[in-house]
Design a protein around this ligand. Structure first.
Ligand code: ADP
Ligand code: MG
Ligand code: ZN
Length: 471
């Protein structure tokens, strides 16, 4: 029997607002423990949450960018559970009435396009962090750091439309890129600002009903998500083939061991006793505001990739590399506008120097001039690389450096003819052999001319002149 996997992903994205979702505390990462806290986010009695407008704005923009329907009315609910890093003993989330519903993200995986549905997007607060460190009364102690309490999160839940680990990876990368393009999340998976839980089940191919799912947690890279899903698919398939049954549970991925371990039985929604938070009014979103926000949606990765391939004749691969960041793609377009020659060469340069471009050490002029000088033959490829390196180090204009360093190539055929004649005159024997059919000697002559010009001749022009003179 052949099995097929069914996968749905829950993404938690930390929104890059300056302050928390229900109080004015800073969201800055890496502050000393419990520094970014106040009575509201530490759950003191008698305090009231106030919703951060910017959080709603970021979530609406995400909803628009993923073709979701923004709901006019949504409601914050309390999700009740105790954990030492959750002093209120409930998390404020959205449940029955989330902010947005029914969107999608288009991906490409295994060589084909596919649309992955988005069930819902809602806003919620993060919990704090436990640091398992030190000892108390002879036992291992845990310390609570509440800085992360009430840091704003957006949960994006996909439909169970994903069928392979590759599709899951493609969906996550595309979603991350969209959030980063929107500047609502920094997308950093290692630091936990973009986290993913993967729900995985398997079923006999052709069957309509879904199998029982396991939920995988604790994967901190795209590669790990793909590996964890792959492992889970084999585990469930083997279990069923051996006559066993998949139990609904939460499993933790151990990246070092390359396997997942059962963490706990999966809790059901009713276990949390969700109810509308009486401290917060229902959120009513004004349609005019949504339309205002729609205007702030930039060109998104898929559109950019399509436009760069069509407008500049780039390969999809190059367009994707350039579109990895909005800034890099903009840099490429600025360079191409300054020199409209071979866009493919400009694209390669931008990709080659992307780190220096990201750190602001290169200007579009530098790349445009380097590409133009290479194309006119004014400098060689080797010289171009050297010049860009010096421009990065010194921040000076590349053509000034070029002239100072005397790195201009001689491409003028007239200027080279005299040198070529001299080389041929002093190598008569080789000239005869060449004319007698030893055409491989051409590179010998090129080498001699390069020696004469101390590497400054344009080898392409030298060959042309040589061929002409050798007849
Ligand atoms: P919960 O919080 O209980 O995990 P959510 O609704 O937040 O519930 O998320 C459920 C996720 O699991 C969704 O992404 C959904 O597509 C996915 N899912 C639901 N049923 C299955 C299944 N049988 N196999 C795989 N994924 C599933
Ligand atoms: Mg879940
Ligand atoms: Zn606070």
């Amino acid at each position: 029997m052949e099995f097929e996997a069914v996968i749905g992903l829950e993404v938690h994205a930390q929104l890059s607002t300056q302050s928390k979702i229900f109080c004015a505390c800073s969201t800055a990462f890496g502050a000393p423990p419990n520094e970014n806290t106040c009575p509201v986010c530490t759950g003191m009695p008698g305090v009231l949450p106030v919703l951060n407008r910017r959080v709603v704005e970021f979530a609406i923009r995400t909803a628009l960018a993923t073709s979701c329907e923004v709901q006019k009315k949504s409601v914050f609910a309390r999700k009740n559970y105790f954990y030492p890093d959750l002093p209120k003993a409930y998390q404020i989330s959205q449940y029955e009435l989330p902010l947005a519903l029914a969107g999608h993200v288009d991906i490409e995986a295994n060589g084909r396009m596919k649309r992955i549905g988005i069930t819902r997007i809602h806003m919620e607060e993060d919990a704090g962090k436990l640091v398992h460190e030190g000892e108390f009364a002879g036992a291992q102690a845990s310390l609570a750091d509440l800085n992360r309490c009430s840091v704003p999160l957006m949960e994006i839940v996909s439909e169970p439309d994903i069928r392979t680990p590759e599709e899951a990876g493609a969906y996550l990368r595309r979603l991350r890129d969209i959030l980063v393009y929107l500047e609502v999340c920094d997308g950093n998976m290692e630091e936990g600002s973009f986290r993913c839980d993967a729900n995985v089940s398997v079923r006999p191919k052709g069957r309509k009903e879904f199998g029982t799912r396991a939920e995988l947690k604790n994967m901190n890279s795209f590669r790990n998500v793909e590996k964890a899903i792959e492992y889970e698919i084999s585990r469930q398939t083997e279990l069923i083939e051996d006559g066993g049954k998949v139990v609904q549970e939460t499993r933790l991925w151990d990246a070092a061991a390359g396997e997942s371990l059962s963490m706990r039985g999966k809790e059901e929604a009713h276990d949390y006793r969700y109810f509308p938070d009486p401290d917060l009014l229902p959120l009513v979103v004004d349609g005019a505001w949504v339309e205002e926000l729609r205007k702030t949606i930039p060109e998104l990765p898929a559109e950019k990739i399509a436009r760069l391939t069509a407008a500049y004749g780039l390969s999809k691969y190059d367009a994707e590399l350039l579109s990895a960041s909005r800034a890099l793609a903009a840099f490429f377009e600025a360079s191409s506008a300054l020199f409209g020659g071979n866009h493919k060469v400009t694209a390669n340069e931008c990709i080659q120097w992307k780190e220096s471009i990201a750190s602001g050490k290169l200007s579009p002029e530098t790349i445009a001039h380097a590409v133009e000088d290479r194309e006119t033959g004014a400098i060689s490829a080797t010289a171009s690389k050297k010049l860009v390196e010096i421009a990065i180090e010194t921040g000076r204009p590349i053509r000034v450096i070029r002239d100072e360093q005397g790195l201009t190539q001689v491409s003028d055929a007239g200027a080279l003819e005299e040198i070529v004649s001299r080389v041929l005159a002093s190598n008569q024997k080789e000239v005869e052999s060449y004319r007698a059919g030893k055409s491989g000697l051409l590179s010998f002559f090129v080498g001699q001319v390069m020696k004469e010009t101390r590497g400054k001749a344009n080898p392409r022009v030298v060959q042309e002149v040589l061929r002409k003179k050798l007849g």
